[in-house]
Design a protein around this ligand. Structure first.
Ligand code: WTA
Length: 646
């Protein structure tokens, strides 16, 4: 395994803010020339280490099959201390978490001092409940400050958290509990979202009953509505945390100690538990959060994602708190109680940096500008988007209408696996083009490749790969390093394959074109076609199913299911919907269902998804050569068939 040693003299400037294009070019060149020197300097500058690292990267992509990469391998730190304690000491009265409930009149603030007290109590409570370093805790909650406190308390004691989005079904939750071998589940009685109550505790009950590994369920009381109770297993947050001691000494942990597991969909099989570790991850999210958004001490920063996804981990909790910022947590949805909710939120809290997804912008733009214009947005300075390609119209609307043409728009491309933003404008420095994620951040070396792995040079289109490791990248798949290697490093040996297609224009700007694998991106939610298909074929009347995405004006992609009935059976669409809901969750909706007599297959029995995608896109006349199909006539039958709107 190759080892990169640390230069004895660290170059100056890696931690200097990037405020113009020259400085960006300098920083990017520095990180390319000397990644260890660059990142060690950033790591030492931005974080408080118990033992400062002297090593940068150990390992490389060529030898990834031998084991995970390591960054800052001889350093130790405590992530929670970095996010809380040091800011409580330096500016304890600054608001750390600004929370707005589902009902806009309900708000809470937690200063860094208060957050410090709460995480110490929660850490003590978790230890009392028997949770130890290296053990796993599942967090299945809505957007309440206690979700962040639970994450930070796990990090503090070295327990590994796995947050599961509160829309996932009991079945999906059980799979994750089992896969990571969770000892503890942290949840709340009910969630609130868009005026609806979500039975979080009851889903947990269904998921963990009969799971002997789960020793305790810790329950935060959000609404006070009734819940089922297991006296031996269930513990109220207000009892356990309420009575816990207010001081907890944060232990020093290894830089490569796992911080969290986050399950994400791939093109095949069950979701993968993507593992992120401590020192490199925190360095990367702290650096990118400050750099991309041009963070300033008096900013009110609002990312309206959910902590159940990577955006919530990196840019609601860890990045902003590592930077001592004020981070807003939003419990509701953009259209509750009206489509003016975001702009009302911006006006009332004087939000300076706002970060959302293109799907929300498209949905809101369709409601008319008056909702935006009715609220004061003069506080806004930087507007971010993430999760899917942003179409130029939505970009222009964000820039022109929301931002009054005076804010920097940052279209940030990244993934669960990259840990943090990888290709994006840097707010004060990068000239933008609507719809382009522009340029790689320092330390990110993108390349475009043909399906055969050949390098595309200059302007052109190809598979987006990243050629050199960066500190924030996922280290492995929980319990299955081989799957990590075969998923990300087998397409093109020696580089990381993102799963996205991308175009580079004549000015060197990157334009992400979307997934090239069988991963769907529906309203910024990443879902595998395989997960839908396994839910559908489990329905008694279904013989076969194939699911593809198609362009959807608001969601980005819609879910299109082709279903072949068992001989003599008829398909009840409601049953299909219910099956997806049970197996995946409430967010797994079928937009279109088509009952078909058969699927287009090659003679060797492989489903030709390319053909199904074309038909779903409405481009059934451009199928090209279908003579390799076992039964080409099936294509005409599918094209002639009726679609059921979901
Ligand atoms: C897509 C979300 C275009 C992409 C942070 C990626 C984007 C997947 C952008 C990861 C963007 C994310 N432009 N596409 N700015 N941001 N994507 O893991 O296809 O939930 O591979 O992480 O979202 O989704 P994930």
């Amino acid at each position: 395994m190759a080892t990169y040693s640390v230069p004895s003299r660290v170059r100056e400037g890696a931690a200097t803010p990037i405020t113009d294009l020259d400085r960006y070019r300098e920083a990017w060149a520095h990180a390319e020339r000397d990644p260890n020197g660059f990142w060690l300097e950033v790591a030492r500058e931005r974080l408080r280490w118990r033992k400062e690292p002297t090593r940068g990267l150990d390992g490389d992509f060529d030898s990834i099959m031998d084991g995970p990469l390591s960054w800052f391998g001889d350093g130790t730190l405590n992530v929670c201390e970095n996010c809380v304690d040091r800011h409580a000491a330096a500016h304890g009265d600054r608001v750390a978490i600004l929370w707005e409930g589902d009902d806009p009149s309900e708000t809470r603030t937690l200063t860094y001092r208060e957050l410090h007290r709460e995480v110490q109590k929660a850490a003590n409570a978790l230890r009392e409940l028997g949770l130890k370093k290296g053990e796993r805790a599942i967090i299945y909650m809505g957007m309440v400050p206690e979700a962040a406190i639970a994450m930070l308390a796990c990090a503090r004691i070295g327990a590994i958290h796995s947050v599961v989005f509160g829309g996932f079904s009991a079945e999906a939750l059980r799979d994750r509990v089992r896969d990571c071998g969770a000892e503890l589940v942290i949840t709340q009685d009910w969630g609130l979202r868009g005026g609806k109550k979500i039975p979080l505790k009851s889903v947990v009950d269904e998921a963990v009953t009969g799971e002997p590994g789960v020793k305790k369920v810790l329950v935060y009381r959000r609404t006070g509505d009734e819940v089922g109770w297991d006296e031996d297993r269930d513990v109220w947050w207000h009892d356990a945390v309420g009575s816990a001691s207010e001081t907890h000494e944060a232990p020093a942990l290894e830089a490569e100690h796992p911080l969290f597991i986050l399950y994400t969909s791939g093109s095949t099989g069950r979701p993968k538990g993507v593992v992120h570790t401590s020192g490199g991850y925190l360095t990367y999210v702290s650096y990118t959060h400050a750099t991309v958004f041009d963070l300033r001490p008096d900013d009110v920063y609002a990312c309206v994602a959910d902590v159940g996804w990577i955006t919530g981990h990196s840019y609601i909790v860890y990045g902003p708190l590592a930077n001592g910022a004020t981070t807003l947590m939003f419990e509701s949805i953009p259209t509750h109680p009206s489509p003016a909710r975001y702009w009302d939120l911006v006006a009332r809290h004087r939000v300076t940096i706002f970060y959302t997804a293109p799907t929300a912008l498209r949905a809101l733009a369709a409601q008319g500008n008056e909702h935006v214009l009715a609220h004061d947005r003069s506080s806004l300075r930087v507007l971010g988007t993430v999760g899917e390609p942003i179409n130029p119209e939505a970009w222009e609307w964000y820039f022109g209408v929301v931002g009054e043409g005076r804010c920097n728009v940052v279209d940030t491309w990244w993934q669960t696996e990259t840990g943090g933003i990888a290709i994006s404008p840097i707010a004060p420095a990068t000239p933008t083009k609507p719809g382009s994620a522009t340029h790689p951040l320092p330390g990110i070396l993108p390349s475009l490749r043909t399906p055969e792995g050949k390098l595309v040079r200059g302007p052109g289109q190809g598979l987006l790969c990243l050629d050199h490791p960066w500190p924030g990248q996922a280290r492995t798949v929980w319990g299955d390093h081989e799957r990590f290697v075969s998923t990300y490093f087998a397409h093109v040996p020696g580089v990381y394959f993102t799963g996205d297609g991308c175009r580079r224009d004549e000015d060197g700007y990157y334009w992400i074109t979307g997934r090239v694998d069988d991963v769907l991106n529906v309203s910024g939610h990443r879902m595998g076609t395989a997960e839908f298909e396994s839910a559908l074929v489990a329905v008694e009347e279904v013989a076969e199913a194939a699911v593809v995405g198609y362009p959807h004006p608001v969601k980005g992609q819609g879910v299109y299911a082709y279903v072949v009935p068992q001989p003599g059976e008829t398909i009840d669409e409601a049953k299909l919907t219910a099956a997806c809901r049970t197996s995946i969750g409430a967010h797994a909706r079928l937009d279109r269902v088509q009952v078909v007599p058969g699927l287009p297959k090659t003679r060797s029995g492989k489903v030709m998804r390319r053909i199904l995608r074309k038909i779903a896109e409405g481009a059934g006349d451009e199928l090209g050569d279908i003579s390799t199909l076992a039964d080409p006539s099936v294509v005409d039958k599918i094209k002639a068939g009726a679609i059921l709107e979901g």
